[in-house]
Structures are given as structure tokens and as C-alpha cells.
Design a protein around this ligand. Structure first.
Ligand SMILES: [Zn+2]
Length: 457
């Protein structure tokens, strides 16, 4: 089965429009690592896929961390006494330092200034700042807005609460033939930021819907979680589940116009790393593979040494390197329907490799089988061998039971998709036979299939 072939029959303009509309619906919500904003977001995802929601109470120890108090906010402003608001949370939820403690005071401009965050080099943009683990309060505003503040007194109000509550995350599992799992994880904790947060969320939601009711080799586990603390809390509560994870992807920053970037898992040579490398190699100009680093998104939690899970990160622009990152310019115009749809396609292409990578045996291994008499070689042949035929010859030559289709794609420098198609055609032509793998009906453990392979070789 090819998930990609099925997706390619879709109307991509409609797919992109739906992804962008979902991002637009989620955009106004003031999310954080806890509180009503993330719960409302999860509830909206739940209208599309039946997420299971989990609550972890404040104070719960999770490895070296403790689940923080729950933060909620209703309103915030700075205003001239008796006058209008000069800064208004209702206009942008980025205006408040995320996790600000409540405050209500009259301050001079010089007293207020240490609590104001701006970006002098991008004077029109509002920065996104947080203070999750140090109790503080503050406002974020454009540098121009700050320059316009005249000396004098200001009324400041942050109508928030920071009290014992819970951290909420969502999980959605799609069972496959094998208990071996693919983990798809995205963070859902940023307020009105589109590329960093909503693009990953929306693509992951659509991906989950695409996989529903499919005959899948792997079991898929989708996590919609607050960044860092959410991944750590999930890992702490799921130490047994984790042993089933064979491959994983963190999805983020998938809506802008940059080329794709894939950050390898800590292992560096995991199957998901190789699958992503093959798919990205044929995805157009500029796609890049990045080495693992212990900084970035939640791949660094999954890749902490105690877990060392094979989880990479798929992005377009890389966190921290694009000017719009963590600013008000990461908005709905910055993410595009066509790029969101193409990102969904890229995820499906990577999963297609994982789903279909397996070993085969050439049933006619003595000399090259005569493809022409089976209608598998174009008449004329010779000089310019089409990629299709080349793929068939590579599959036949390397299908000695030891090489998987991805091994063959790498060795032949051909797209996995072409190699997979060739294998299907050769199977139908009676020249190739699949070797048993985990997920073939009765579950074969990877050790069992390994020893199977060794016996056959
Ligand atoms: Zn971020």
C-alpha cells in the first residue's frame, strides 16, 4: 500500500486551504504550557481526531522537573491614568510575558521600563517572551510603541492567575498490525504564533486523519503536548510504552516558504533518518539534513541518553534562524496553504518509506532474468535505460534477502518510491517475493525476523 499514491490523488489546493483555515481558527487562542488556552486547542483538535486527554497535577515530579502551577489570563493592559489603553492584550496575546503573575499598579515610566520587552532591530514587531519557571511579570511591545510612551504615570494591569492546577496533553493512537510504534509529536503551547506551533499542529492533525482506518504496518502515536515539560511529563508517565517506539518525528515550522530541513535523531543513522534523507533528496532545491544537537524542540527529550529514541525533527525554516521566529511576524501570512500541504505530503512520503521498507528475494537469481518476455523491459531498451527499468534491475540484483528496499534506494541513488514501485511490479511478474517482517499478520518480533533472514542467507 502506498499512502503517498493515495494522497497524490487529492486536490492539494483544498488540502492546503483546510490546513491554513485550521491554523487561522487556532491562531487567536492564548496558549501556554498549562491552562485553558492549550485545553481549548486540544478540544478543537479533538473535533477532528478523537484525542485522549491527560491531566498531570501541579507539583507532580517528572524526572528532574516538577509540573508547574497552572497559568490563565483574562485581560492585560497599560493605560494612561483615566485615559485609553496604550497597550492592549485584546489586540495581541503576545503583549503579555507568557506566565506573568497578576499585577495591578500605578508606576512611573522608569519603574515600568524593566518590565518591557522590545526588539530594537525589528521596531515594528512584538517579541514573544516567557517566564515559566521564575515568577515575573512583563509586557512585550513593538520598539516603536515603547518609544511613543511619554514620561509620566501608567496604570498597569495583568489579570492572570497562577495557581495549583494541571498540565494537559492530548494523545491519539492508531493501531497497526504490529505493536511497534511510530511517534509523531508536536508542541501546542505557543500563543499566536503560526509557523512555530500551529503549522506542526495542523499538519499532525491532518496526518492522523489520513492514517485513520488504513491497513498500517506500524501503530501510530500522536502527541499534542506543551514543549519540553509536556514531553518530559509524557516520557515520565510512559516509560513502558516507549520501548515500542521504533521511529519518530517531531513536526514544527512547516508552513513557511523555506526548503525542508530534517534534523537527525541522536542515533544519526536510524531508519527514520535514512528515510527522511532519501525523501528530502528528491524534494526540490535546498533541502538539508542537519545533525542532531541537544537543542531545539522535543527531539532532545526523546533523544536524551536515558531514552535515545530514534526521533528526528522535520521543519522548513529552522528554529531560531528565521527573523520572524518568536515574534508577531510569525503570523497567518507567514504560513502558506501550498507549503502546509506540501509539508503534509513530505510527512506521508517519509511514513511511506517506513511502512514499505522490507526485504525481498529474487526468485530468478541466476543471471539477469529476461524482463522483455515478461513485458517488464521497454522494446528498444539499450542506450538510455529509463529510471523505471533501472529501478527494476537494482531491485532484482540486490534482493538477496539481505538488502531492504531503502538499502537499494540508497545504493542506486534512486527515490525510494521508484524502488518500491519496481518491487511491486516484479512481485506481480513472479520474479520477486517478500520476506516476512513484523506486522505481516502474525506479529514477528524483529529478533525472529533477523534470525529468519540469517537462516535464509
Ligand atoms: Zn518556539
Amino acid at each position: 500500500m502506498s499512502l503517498l499514491a493515495e494522497l497524490d490523488r487529492s486536490d492539494f489546493a483544498a488540502v492546503g486551504a483546510e490546513l491554513h483555515q485550521f491554523a487561522a481558527d487556532l491562531y487567536p487562542i492564548c496558549r501556554s504550557i498549562t491552562g485553558e488556552g492549550i485545553r481549548k486547542t486540544l478540544a478543537m483538535i479533538r473535533e477532528r481526531v478523537q484525542l485522549q486527554l491527560f491531566d498531570v497535577p501541579t507539583g507532580t515530579p517528572v524526572f528532574d522537573w516538577v509540573v508547574p502551577k497552572e497559568w490563565n489570563i483574562r485581560d492585560a493592559y497599560i493605560k494612561v491614568p483615566g485615559g485609553d489603553r496604550v497597550l492592549d492584550f485584546r489586540k495581541s496575546n503576545l503583549h503579555v510575558l507568557n506566565y506573568s503573575i497578576p499585577v495591578c499598579a500605578t508606576l512611573s515610566l522608569s519603574e515600568l521600563r524593566p518590565h518591557l520587552y522590545t526588539m530594537p532591530d525589528k521596531p515594528e514587531w512584538i517579541p514573544y517572551r516567557t517566564s515559566y519557571y521564575k515568577e515575573d511579570w512583563g509586557f512585550c511591545l513593538s520598539h516603536n510603541q515603547m518609544l511613543a510612551l511619554k514620561d509620566g504615570e501608567y496604570e498597569v494591569c495583568i489579570d492572570s492567575s497562577l495557581v495549583d492546577g494541571r498540565l494537559t496533553y492530548g494523545e491519539f493512537v492508531i493501531p497497526g498490525r504490529s505493536p511497534d510504534e511510530v511517534l509523531i509529536s508536536c508542541h501546542a503551547c505557543h500563543p499566536s504564533l503560526a509557523n512555530d506551533n500551529l503549522s506542526g499542529l495542523t499538519v499532525a492533525t491532518s496526518l492522523a486523519r489520513l492514517l485513520l482506518e488504513k491497513d498500517l504496518r506500524y501503530t501510530y502515536r500522536f502527541l499534542f503536548i506543551p514543549g519540553t515539560i509536556g514531553a518530559i511529563a509524557w516520557l515520565a508517565r510512559n516509560q513502558r510504552t516507549v520501548s515500542n517506539i521504533r521511529h519518530g518525528l517531531v513536526l514544527t515550522c512547516l508552513g513557511d516558504t523555506a526548503a525542508f530541513h530534517y534534523k537527525k535523531s541522536r542515533r544519526g543513522d536510524a531508519l527514520v533518518d535514512r528515510a527522511a534523507a532519501n525523501v528530502l533528496a528528491y524534494s526540490g532545491e535546498g533541502a538539508q539534513i542537519l545533525d542532531f544537537s541537544p537543542y531545539g524542540y522535543d527531539e532532545r527529550q526523546y533523544g536524551s541518553p536515558g531514552f535515545d529514541l530514534p526521533v528526528g525533527c522535520l521543519m522548513r525554516s529552522v528554529w531560531g534562524t528565521f527573523p520572524e521566529y518568536h515574534t508577531s511576524a510569525d503570523n497567518l501570512e507567514f504560513i502558506r496553504p501550498a507549503q502546509l500541504a506540501e509539508s503534509l505530503r513530505m510527512c506521508v512520503a517519509i511514513l511511506d518509506v517506513l511502512e514499505n521498507d522490507r526485504r525481498y528475494r529474487n526468485l530468478s537469481p541466476f543471471g539477469e532474468p529476461q524482463l522483455g518476455k515478461r513485458g517488464l523491459y521497454p522494446s528498444g531498451g539499450g542506450e538510455s535505460i529509463a529510471q523505471e527499468v533501472l529501478a527494476r534491475l537494482w531491485v532484482l540484483n540486490l534482493s538477496d534477502g539481505g538488502h531492504s528496499l531503502l538499502d537499494i534506494a540508497e545504493r542506486s541513488a534512486l527515490p525510494f518510491q521508484a524502488i518500491h514501485q519496481a518491487a511491486n511490479i516484479l512481485c506481480r511478474g513472479g520474479l520477486l517475493s517478500p520476506l516476512p517482517e513484523a506486522g505481516d499478520g502474525e506479529v514477528v518480533s524483529s529478533e525472529a525476523s533477523q534470525s529468519n533472514r540469517q537462516q535464509r542467507l
